[in-house]
Design a protein around this ligand. Structure first.
Ligand code: ASN
Length: 337
């Protein structure tokens, strides 16, 4: 029997849902279903304490304040437990995992986020396997970071993205190697894990929402759409361009709008619609235009990490100028330094 004691934080998601007339919705007796599932294997598992949210949510409904709540709940229990499993919906799991990695810096214990594609009680559910392995990983002495465990893969949380709505293999980390593979053995890829920090540095400032807005470019998109976004008074725009981060430069209207936004203090971040690779704004004239407008390239960060990192830096009260500098510094392994 493992002497480890982990905390299971149940926030919602398909893993804890059951069928209703309107489709899957959070089930009522999650704790009982969980203990029935785990009882037969308890000898091989760490001890756990369940912390069940009173109103579990479909993660589609999550807002940045929910990320902050989870981080604060982990921080409050940090010294009582050897590791943490966060049960969460898959839809926005990568956003939450990214945000947790920025709030819970310098972790010296594992925080494993998991969920499932099919609810716990359904036939062919992936919930039990994901949960059981996540719990074992949460008892590991070698992991000191926020990671997503899903269908035999352990991925860095702030490098992961949901790549499939229907496959059991719902997540990947296109710009970073998997941290572990769970086949017959649990094989950790030690060389790519975050080294254990000298000490924790938790920052859980009050997160706001609605001020970091995405603009996804499509061929022929009117510049007025970008202006309409700016009229919503954002603190930052994430410009999802093509390939290396390119956006159209055929006429100067887009440049003028972006330059004005930059001068008025909006943080402009350029990223790519491509899942793999990194932003290089100097490669094409269409990318250089963004640089001259004042945008910064998001290097090889995922969209989810960019979004969460901007929320984090704004919540810390930084100015636009400070954020432009801090954004390109690595916090928790989210970018290639
Ligand atoms: N809509 C669900 C959620 O994100 C999807 C899932 O968990 N598989 O909560």
């Amino acid at each position: 029997m493992s002497a480890k004691h982990i905390a299971l934080i149940y926030t919602g998601g398909t893993i804890g849902m059951a069928r209703t007339d309107k489709g899957y919705a959070p089930m009522k007796d999650f704790a009982a279903v969980l203990s029935k599932l785990l009882h037969p294997v308890s000898g091989a598992m760490p001890r756990y304490t369940l912390h069940e949210y009173a109103t579990p949510i479909d993660s589609t409904n999550a807002v940045p304040e929910d990320w902050q709540r989870i981080a604060r709940d982990i921080a409050a229990r940090y010294h009582e437990h050897d590791g943490f499993v966060v049960l969460h919906g898959t839809d926005t799991m990568a956003y939450t995992a990214s945000a947790l990695s920025f709030m819970l810096q310098g972790l010296r214990k594992p925080v494993i986020v998991t969920g499932s594609q099919i609810p716990l009680g359904e036939v062919r559910s992936d919930a039990a396997q994901n949960l059981i392995t996540a719990m074992q990983l949460a008892a590991s002495d070698q992991i000191s970071e926020v990671a997503i465990y899903f269908n035999q893969r352990l991925l860095r949380g702030n490098r992961a993205t949901k790549t499939s709505a229907s496959r059991m293999q719902a997540f990947d980390s296109p710009n970073y190697p998997w941290l572990a593979e769970a086949g017959i053995d649990l094989r950790l890829n030690a060389s790519v894990l975050l080294p254990r920090a000298a000490g924790e540095k938790f920052e859980t400032p009050a997160y706001a929402h609605g001020r970091v807005l995405p603009v996804r470019f499509v061929p022929g998109m009117p510049v007025r759409l970008v202006q309409a976004m700016l009229d919503l008074d954002p603190q930052a725009l994430i410009l999802q361009g093509y390939g290396a981060g390119n956006v159209p430069d055929r006429d100067s209207a887009l440049f003028d709008v972006l330059r004005r936004a930059h001068e008025s203090g909006v943080v402009l971040v350029a990223c790519s619609q491509s899942l793999h690779g990194e932003v290089a704004l100097g490669t094409y004239a269409t990318g250089s235009m963004l640089e001259s407008a004042g945008a910064i390239g998001a290097m090889d960060m995922t969209f989810e990490a960019i979004f969460a990192k901007l929320h984090h830096l704004f919540a810390l009260g930084m100015s636009a100028q400070e954020i432009r500098m801090a954004f390109l510094q690595d916090i928790s392994g989210e970018l290639a330094a």
